[in-house]
Design a protein around this ligand. Sequence first.
Ligand SMILES: [Zn+2]
Ligand SMILES: [Zn+2]
Length: 150
Amino acid sequence: METTPCPKCGSRSTHVSTSRSPYMGGEPDMIFHCRTCGTRIYGPEKVKGLVAAHAAAVQAAAEREQKRLEEERRWLREKEEQELAEKKAKAEAKKKAARAAAVQAEILAAAKCAWPSCPNDHTMTSKYCSRVCSNKNAHARAKSKKAVAV
Ligand SMILES: [Zn+2]
Ligand SMILES: [Zn+2]
């Protein structure tokens, strides 16, 4: 067990001596002595109080440290979970991009404009040859939607 620091100078070079006075029965006499500054504290109550106060402070510091470590561990765990979620999201985005690319490739694989009666080739970026056919399709879709709604 570590020594109780001196309440006056903070030195740990202290010792507690116990001596049973031959003239008084009961409690042994206790003396706290600081080797650095020479402070002396007499009496079992005062000395025991000093030692107990120091032990309590040590205990409190240990508990604080324990709490800090737990906090740190929890923080690390949360960070790990967050990183895992980010990785998942990235993989999902990659899959989506691959699917979009596949759809795009399918469009480009078809030789002709997607508007049924149009004889033109489609462009590199669309499945239609022009805005005209794209708009025709949009109108047709809106119409069929309305028809379904009614
Ligand atoms: Zn001292
Ligand atoms: Zn067309």
